[in-house]
Design a protein around this ligand. Structure first.
Ligand code: SF4
Ligand code: SF4
Ligand code: SF4
Length: 657
């Protein structure tokens, strides 16, 4: 009996003295778990308990919480596992008396011992009056109906608890590594890790925090940082299927694409001055599109081409964008110290502001007829440039591009559809790198060139989608380990069920859809009484009201939709935007040369056919994505695809010539 001193001595190595921690987190899963543990502890029947869940979820600790929260707390809690009950170890069960037995890993115990343990749990074992708690990683049919079950949700299901868990682990682990106060944790790290699956749950989290603290200490060279840098948190890279590394195939291309001379000549020698020339032509030249080729360049070339570029090269426009070239020039020329890169959740207010900015631009374009007013089109370009210049003279890097630029927001959104991605290999970075020059910048190091680090404040190994990569090649230039890869991949590979996108991005999707309704407002709202005959002439209030109403139409329906439906519809939105811009592009792009030079213009039937093809492609893409993003059975998917088809047909009708 455990009450005998010999029995106590034999059980001593197995005694669990206390619970190490409570249930961390405030998600509904954590709250339910807390309630279930409490109910099991207070169970007047002292029913046996089975705590089941994946490896690494600290199930033994939960069992200890049950025991030490119960009326049996003054009795011993004896923890055993399958290996302890082999051979003569089985006799230990006779020593338990009124102690509580925690049988850890019941699913690994052989059948005969399982039967004996179940008899003990039922109170049918002579000499044992204690309670039995089981933990298991798999279902145990023999325990069905015999026990109270607590299912522990894996960490990937309780993503909202991750911040609490990380901060808790930092509080626990940082003193042992020299911190007087636990270091702070950037919100961006929590958001990034919420995208990680944590196959080994809390065990993996603990190892990750330990590694981050050690690396931050190693990097600090003296004073330990009060805020942990983002780059010290490493996760195992998810197995990416169907990727083709272009630079491994053609190494010469990599050398060519990372050459600073190429970028400097292109951006500062050509693009910057071309932009000045375009704006001068818009201000000083004829004001209507028929007579001003620069206006044709903007409306008939830029819009269709940038839309066509998204599925192929994602956000590449941002690598050669003239707005930011002037932002960078202003940043270099202003002598004052720029504010450091913000670590908070800037997207929380940045993304809605960006969507609102895009909505304002669309209203401006349509009501003030920018398509046919050259100087106002130039004002639009200069306004975005002003944002880039102000952002670059206040903050370091490219704050405007990452958080506020409306064009950049659209580019980042549609870049998720791209077949191209730039990523670093997490294994190489975590194993071979100590400089993190791609992210932080630094002096030249071996093959790595001197740089100021990623202008968008992202680490190429931590990118979970294309949204925050402008393909500027800075990381490729800076990396001394050839870790950065340029890969081909299936279209829309960023759009997965586990993706994390800022809430405000939903607003941008609806605004872009609203832009199509706004351009063709007459088909939707022209029949209403009080509708103006045109958005360009007449009382301003009526024109603005109808324009705003048309712009808001998709939002009225879309705000109630599941967010995943909006992302599933992204290929369709892209297709409808392209179909909306094809008429100008195909009819006028070939007329940009002066009179007397060759001109080309597509027939209206050809334009209509291309619009139908594009919308058809968009519908197919949306139907496929809805299967991937939404948990639909076959019937629901077919119904959803039919609804998408109706939206596609309506869209096709709307953008018709
Ligand atoms: S985000 Fe805007 S300003 Fe920045 S590079 Fe892209 S388009 Fe240009
Ligand atoms: S510099 Fe290269 S190896 Fe080092 S972290 Fe960046 S991409 Fe990885
Ligand atoms: S530095 Fe690399 S990760 Fe950062 S934006 Fe440029 S290409 Fe993308």
């Amino acid at each position: 009996m455990a009450e005998s001193s010999a029995g106590l001595q034999r059980l001593a190595p197995f005694v669990l003295g206390r619970a190490r921690r409570g249930v961390v987190g405030s998600s509904r899963y954590a709250q339910r778990l807390r309630t279930e543990v409490l109910e099991a502890a207070r169970d007047p029947q002292r029913q046996p308990v089975l705590i089941s869940g994946e490896p690494g979820l600290e199930k033994d600790n939960l069992a200890a919480l049950v025991h030490y929260g119960s009326a049996d707390r003054r009795r011993l809690l004896v923890r055993m596992e399958a290996s302890d009950l082999q051979g003569s170890g089985l006799n230990l069960l006779d020593e338990l008396g009124s102690s509580t037995l925690l049988m850890s890993g019941m699913d690994r115990v052989d059948d005969a011992v399982q039967q004996r343990l179940i008899a003990m749990a039922r109170g049918e074992a002579p000499g044992f009056q204690g309670r039995v708690l089981f933990t298991s990683e798999a279902a145990i049919p023999a325990l069905d109906g015999q026990v109270r079950t607590i299912r522990v949700p894996p960490l990937r299901v309780r993503r909202t608890d991750l911040g609490d868990w990380l901060r808790y682990r930092l509080r626990l682990q940082s003193p042992g590594l020299g911190w007087g106060q636990p270091p702070a944790l950037p919100d961006s790290v929590v958001r990034r890790l919420q995208n990680h699956d944590f196959a080994n749950n809390l065990r993996e989290l603990e190892a990750m925090v330990d590694r981050a603290l050690r690396q931050a200490r190693q990097q600090s060279q003296g004073e330990l940082p009060p805020l942990l840098p983002e780059e010290v948190f490493w996760t195992e890279e998810k197995k990416r299927r169907a990727r083709f590394d272009i630079w491994r195939w053609k190494p010469q291309l990599r050398d060519w694409m990372r050459a600073p001379a190429l970028w400097n000549t292109l951006l500062f020698g050509l693009v910057s001055w071309l932009f000045v020339a375009v704006n001068l032509a818009l201000w000083l030249g004829p004001q209507d599109r028929a007579a001003n080729p620069m206006l044709t360049l903007f409306w008939a070339w830029w819009w269709p081409l940038i839309l066509l570029s998204y599925p192929l090269v994602g956000r590449l426009w941002c690598a050669i964008c003239p707005f930011m070239v002037w932002g960078q020039i202003a940043q270099k020329l202003t002598p004052w110290h720029k504010k450091s890169w913000p670590h908070g959740d800037t997207d929380r207010w940045g993304a809605p502001l960006l969507a609102a900015g895009f909505a304002a631009i669309l209203l401006w374009e349509e009501v003030w007829n920018l398509e046919n007013t050259a100087w106002l089109s130039s004002c639009l370009l200069l306004l975005i440039t002003a944002g880039a210049v102000i952002g670059s003279t206040v903050f370091e890097k490219r704050f405007w591009c990452r958080y506020l630029c409306p064009v950049g927001g659209m580019n980042g959104l549609f870049a998720k559809l791209s077949i191209l991605e730039l990523r670093a290999e997490a294994g190489t970075c975590s194993g071979s790198c100590s400089s993190y020059a791609c992210f932080k910048g630094g002096p030249a190091d071996g093959e790595g060139l001197a740089s100021e680090g990623c202008p968008l404040g992202t680490h190429p190994a931590h990118l979970s989608d294309n949204r925050n990569c402008v393909l500027c090649m800075t990381c490729t230039q800076a990396c001394p380990n050839r870790s950065v890869q340029l890969r081909l991949r299936p279209p829309a590979a960023d759009l997965q069920r586990t993706m994390q996108a800022p809430d405000g991005e939903r607003g941008l999707i609806l605004v872009l859809a609203g832009g199509i309704c706004l351009h063709h407002w007459q088909r939707l709202l022209g029949w209403l009484p009080l509708a103006p005959s045109s958005l360009h002439e007449g009382p301003l209030l009526a024109r603005l009201s109808f324009a705003a109403l048309a712009l808001a139409l998709p939002a009225a329906a879309g705000l109630w939709l599941n967010r995943r439906w909006l992302y599933a519809g992204l290929p369709l939105l892209w297709a409808l935007l392209l179909a909306r811009h094809l008429p100008i592009g195909m009819a006028e792009a070939g007329t940009v040369l002066p009179q007397g030079w060759p001109h080309w213009s597509a027939d209206t039937h050809v334009i209509g056919f291309c619009q139908t093809m594009v919308v058809g492609i968009g519908w197919v893409g949306a139907a496929i994505l809805s299967r991937r993003l939404l948990d639909l059975d076959r019937r629901a998917w077919v119904t959803g695809s039919m609804v998408l088809l109706m939206v596609s047909l309506s869209g096709r009708w709307l953008v018709a010539l």
